[in-house]
Design a protein around this ligand. Structure first.
Ligand SMILES: [Zn+2]
Length: 449
């Protein structure tokens, strides 16, 4: 009896937090044939869509202006204008509403109606006990108090920061401006809490487990670099025709680069991963942010799948892509998002515009990329393809100059052969090391004069 009761009490229904623009709802799913479904009525409201339910035919029409999405229960095809969406699972009709598979919302409804929808599964909403703002030496700190760690997100520019916390706050929603924070608005929502801060004289932010630190970092020295070996674990990255995995080459180059940097520059070097494990794209920049790194360098190998084989090395910084080639390279690298169960926003611009963090370091990132490419011209036999810009998710949210190096084309059999060789990996590591070294020297010269 006790056992039964206990297991009953322990059963917490899984819910989903669905967010669209600034609003979010918390919904409880129904389970049909092992898949989670949610009622479309609250969802249509959230997405601001017209909802017309015909209970005799059980057909549901979702509309937005002239656009119309017709859902028929138990039919896996959805009519949309002159197009059809084919679903792996059909919508279900229950109690006067149509239920839709949770995992298909972003890719079908979101993409058809051009809404950026984020879905997160939550078991229960954690509670934030206290949020306080305090001054500490040369920094201003937002401190959280909670029983167990709660996820939060920080978007930051030099004048403003927005923090969204995946927990609810029941205390008085008031924060008194202090230090570098000139104005603070704390807003408790049903399923999360947001804080908006106006800032002055802030150029750096560190996220820790239970606090966000804003400070005016006048670092005249580069003392820490985070090297990020792209992909890893279940995500192999691009694969060469002879079976070489991008993730393995990236890691080998990072290890050699770490030795070059550590030995001759006496700076601290952290590898985002030092073995074959999977890391989410967000976690990679988080490592750099948490350690207050001065530079972030992500190492990858390029792939070009259509047409004549390409060759050479190119270095990217985060900005909107100017050419379709740049866009294609970013799309390929951003495909790693699928391993995080995240779907890439339809237009790659939307998240870059959001990336207030990187915008503060655009010039420095560009300088760093230039130095690496100049070094490539001098030190490598493969072509130097120059500095490029595109929307790489992995550079998003880094609070420091950040670049992504596409070392050579693993899709080109000749370069795949080179990339397999220790000697060539070492040449690449040396070339990137010289680029970083020149950048650091130039940076410190500029700042100390
Ligand atoms: Zn890659």
């Amino acid at each position: 009896m006790t056992l039964l009761l206990l297991s009953f009490l322990c059963f917490i229904p899984n819910k989903y937090r669905i967010t669209c623009e600034e609003r979010s709802i918390l919904v409880e799913p129904e389970r049909f044939e092992l898949h989670d479904y949610v009622s479309l009525k609250p969802l249509a409201e959230l997405l601001d869509l017209g909802y017309i339910m015909d209970n005799t035919t059980q057909q549901l029409h979702l509309t937005d202006g002239g656009r119309r999405f017709v859902l028929i229960p138990d039919i896996r095809t959805i009519e949309y204008g002159s197009q059809y969406y084919h679903l792996p699972f059909a919508p279900v009709y229950r109690n006067g509403d149509v239920y839709f598979p949770v995992q298909l919302i972003t890719t079908t409804l979101g993409s058809a109606f051009e809404r950026l929808v984020f879905i997160k599964s939550v078991t229960e909403i954690p509670v934030i006990n206290k949020i306080s703002l305090l001054s500490r030496a040369d920094s201003t700190v937002i401190k959280f108090d909670w029983a167990e760690d709660i996820d939060f997100d920080v978007r930051f520019s030099t004048r403003q920061a927005i923090i969204e916390i995946d927990g609810i706050y029941k205390d008085k929603p008031r924060l008194k401006a202090k230090g570098a924070v000139t104005d603070a608005t704390l807003t408790p929502h049903n399923t999360y809490t947001s804080i908006e801060l106006a800032l002055k004289d802030v150029n750096s932010v560190i996220e820790r487990n239970d606090e966000v630190v804003f400070f005016n970092k006048v670092s005249k020295k580069v003392s820490m670099v985070v090297l990020d070996a792209g992909h890893g674990g279940i995500d192999p990255g691009a694969v060469g025709k002879k079976g070489l995995y991008e993730k393995d080459v990236n890691l080998a180059i990072c290890r050699m680069l770490k030795d070059f940097l550590g030995d001759s520059l006496k700076i601290k070097v952290i590898l985002s991963r030092d073995r074959d494990i999977y890391l989410s794209l967000k976690e990679r920049t988080n490592i750099a942010n948490r350690n207050a790194a001065d530079l972030f360098v992500s190492i990858h190998c390029n792939a070009h799948l259509k047409g004549a084989p390409r060759s050479g090395i190119e270095t990217y910084f985060l900005s909107d892509a100017k050419t379709s080639d740049e866009r294609a390279v970013a799309a390929l690298e951003n495909a790693s998002l699928k391993f995080d169960n995240l779907v890439m926003p339809n237009d790659d611009l939307s998240f870059i515009l959001y990336d207030l963090a990187q915008s503060a370091f655009l010039d420095e990132s560009n300088h760093l990329a230039e130095n690496i490419q100049i070094s490539a011209e001098r030190n490598l036999k493969i072509p130097s393809r120059g500095v490029k810009q595109a929307g790489f998710y992995v550079l998003n949210g880094a609070f420091m100059p950040a670049v992504l190096v596409e070392c050579a084309f693993i899709s080109n059999p000749a370069e795949e052969k080179l990339l397999r060789q220790k000697n060539f990996q070492k040449q690449l590591a040396f070339c990137i090391y010289r680029g970083i070294r020149n950048y650091i020297e130039d940076y410190e010269r500029r700042l100390n004069h």
